[in-house]
Design a protein around this ligand. Structure first.
Ligand code: MN
Ligand code: MN
Length: 476
């Protein structure tokens, strides 16, 4: 057995030319060394923990703020001086977040931004959700984001969110995460009686109004009341959280899958979990900012991490990327008068997921332009649909700059597209950043089964995202 790798002399002229000219992203596991493997595993472990803690935008952003404060980040309103090395954080209405490590150069020269979103598709409770039917108690939902509705039946669901009491105090609710907690579910029809249902189009098999969460079946013990099952459910909520039926009107209660993030596959190369989109980019972005904050020297340019909410419904609302929250934060650091100049010279990675090639559904993917699990960070020049409609479409110059930065740091990357032309489409927050005139490129982690209750990513892509984001904040 020869120890030496094949020398160049053994290759034909054509092979050598092909090595030089062809570009094909390689599977990152193939050439992994022991040290990297350990880092990949450690990073995956901490990510799984964070996912289990942060299943909603509120929980994930709160856990992020907590981590940042522990690392010495100070709330924007408490910060005394904006000087190089200053670490600042702002939690926007408990759902979105902006944080920065102030760099050596003036903000007017531009900042480097990692922008992710921390909301995920789910089922939201309506304002008057609780009803009794045939001696069952149900909670009526309106789904949030793009989901295949039939995927959300017959799985254990957990209840997360907040009620606001009469004094205006927030009451946090989590039911279904502890092993001893009860869970919830949405029922489906048995196959024996589903002949008619199974003839329906998949989009109609389970309709939006049928996504009602089963919440109880035991009557309150009093013959004189009507709706005994509903009353018992309410009395339990009242005992535990002090709320009555009116409480739902001013609440934000979300139902999410009750299962935990798990290693996936015999080789444990993947992670299966709810909410990878977009926490598998948000978490590496957060950790990258922490890494920058922990360095001896402040970064050249100010490093910013932005977690937006409401991406899955169009980035509207005062916590979405179309609101001024992010702008206001940078204005506070840069000075109102320098904000536009700062933005115009800034760079942003829109750190969001890409649809990975799935051999089980090969027909909708363009094999040469798809991203693949295990092949590193995905650079998506444009999203949108039907003739690039709604796409920000990154400039060639910026794409080249990001690619060169990744190459310099030996970080594997691949290109990505959202399926074949005219097969569908989607978007990210990239276009809302692009409107300021800054450079933006979508750069994230490839995902299988996106927007399902159990999405799949590769551990190595997650880790490469972290390393790529650190390099971006340091060097752009
Ligand atoms: Mn996303
Ligand atoms: Mn999404």
């Amino acid at each position: 057995m020869s120890k030496e790798p094949k020398s160049k002399e053994q290759k034909s002229a054509g092979q050598r030319l092909a090595d030089k000219l062809f570009f094909a992203a390689k599977n990152c596991w193939e050439a992994i060394d022991e040290k990297t493997e350990k880092e990949v595993e450690a990073f995956a472990r901490s990510y799984r923990k964070m996912l289990d803690r942060g299943k909603t935008e509120r929980e994930f952003s709160a856990a992020s703020v907590e981590l940042l404060r522990k690392e010495g980040f100070i709330d924007l309103e408490k910060i005394k001086e904006i000087k190089p090395g200053a670490k600042v954080v702002q939690h926007i209405r408990g759902k979105a977040l902006v944080a920065a490590v102030v760099g050596k150069r003036p903000l007017a020269e531009g900042v480097n931004i990692l922008g992710a979103h921390v909301d995920s598709p789910r089922l939201d409770l309506k304002q008057s959700p609780l009803y009794e039917e045939s001696e069952f108690a149900f909670l009526d939902t309106h789904y949030y984001g793009g989901i295949k509705k039939y995927q959300w039946t017959t799985i254990p669901l957990a209840m997360h969110g907040v009620f606001i009491d009469s004094a205006g105090k927030e009451i946090c609710v989590t039911i279904g995460e502890d092993e001893d907690d009860p869970v919830f579910t949405i029922t489906d029809l048995l196959p024996h009686l589903a002949q008619e249902q199974l003839q329906k189009k998949a989009s109609e098999v389970v309709e939006g109004e049928e996504l009602d969460v089963l919440a109880g079946s035991r009557p309150y013990n009093d013959e004189k009341v009507k709706e005994k099952v509903k009353l018992l459910v309410l009395s339990i909520l009242n005992e535990k959280y002090g709320i009555d039926e009116r409480g739902f009107a001013a609440a934000e209660i979300e139902f999410v899958p009750a299962f935990k993030a798990r290693d996936l596959g015999l080789d444990r190369s993947m992670i299966g979990a709810y909410g990878h989109d977009d926490r598998c980019c948000a978490y590496p972005a957060l950790r990258a900012l922490v890494e920058i904050a922990a360095a001896k020297e402040p970064p050249e340019k100010t490093a910013v991490c932005y977690f937006s909410d409401k991406e899955e419904t169009g980035s509207y609302g005062n916590t979405g990327a179309q609101s001024w929250g992010f702008e206001n934060f940078v204005a506070a650091l840069a000075g109102e008068d320098k904000l536009r100049r700062c933005f115009e010279r800034s760079s942003m990675l829109s750190t969001d997921v890409n649809a990975a090639f799935d051999p089980s559904y090969a027909s909708v993917f363009d094999k040469r332009n798809s991203s693949y699990l295990g092949k590193g960070l995905v650079l998506t020049k444009y999203t949108g649909s039907k003739g690039k409609s709604g796409a920000s479409d990154a400039n060639a110059e910026f794409c080249a700059k990001v690619q060169a930065m990744l190459n310099r740091n030996s970080i594997p990357w691949q290109t990505g597209a959202l399926g074949k032309v005219d097969k569908g489409g989607g978007g990210t927050i990239a276009l809302y950043a692009a409107k300021y005139g800054m450079d933006v490129l979508d750069c994230g982690v490839p995902v299988l089964s996106m927007h399902s209750p159990f999405e799949v990513i590769s551990k190595i892509d997650l880790y490469m995202a972290f390393r790529g984001y650190v390099a971006f904040l340091r060097e752009m």
